[in-house]
Design a protein around this ligand. Sequence first.
Ligand SMILES: CCCNc1ncnc2c1ncn2[C@@H]1O[C@H](/C=C/CNC(=O)c2cc(-c3ccc(F)cc3)cc(O)c2O)[C@H](C)[C@H]1O
Ligand SMILES: [Mg+2]
Length: 214
Amino acid sequence: TGSTRPQRLLRAVQKKATQGDPQSVIATIDDFCRHSEWAMNVGDEKGLILDSIVSEVNPSTALELGTYCGYSTVRIARLLPPGGRCITLEFNPAYAAVARQVIAWAGIQDKVQLVEGPSGDLIPQMKELFGVQTFDFVFLDHWKDRYLPDAKLLEECGLLREGTVLLADNVICPGTPEYLQYVRNSPRYESRYFKSHLEYTKVEDGLEKSVFLG
Ligand SMILES: CCCNc1ncnc2c1ncn2[C@@H]1O[C@H](/C=C/CNC(=O)c2cc(-c3ccc(F)cc3)cc(O)c2O)[C@H](C)[C@H]1O
Ligand SMILES: [Mg+2]
């Protein structure tokens, strides 16, 4: 029973990154993925776009769908204002366990609530479980065929407000055609594509920023 890639990524963080320094955790993961083992983190190029949009929104309450190893959780949480928090959902316990340790190593665990379970079950419980009124920012990076149903579920649960920003990874590669068609054609969203590349490669990918209009 060998180690998994997420476990090897965590070992690299604990070996090479400075504890309590989110930037060094991010840099260590990017170096690991570029030079040792590719992993499906949003990465450094798309990560800069993520950073700029998170900084612009300056969210008090952010939601992330699909924690995986916690790379984008660290990117988002390190930019939150005082009192801001990021709720991140991960249904695979092994990935959640790795992500908790990555987030702790970065020293930003007080800004993060990692919840284990499927988004479809957890989103309807956000208000009662976490006292969430509405989200200011949502990062979609889980199974690509779940972006659309979960965006609709967030609407139905009253968790979006006028101005909430949805940011979706991988709208080109692997692609999320139904989600894209919806946010680009719905009168309830103002949508814009940020062209970039698939993490650590030259393959085209991009992020779609969609503002909920209420
Ligand atoms: C019903 C469950 C839904 N609810 C859920 N609720 C909670 N957690 C959920 C849910 N659905 C999934 N998750 C978790 O989120 C993570 C899943 C992440 C998925 N990401 C990709 O598939 C991807 C692929 C490539 C890629 C590109 C090119 C290639 F050649 C290969 C790969 C690149 C990328 O940037 C990518 O993000 C994690 C693994 C998984 O346990
Ligand atoms: Mg992704």
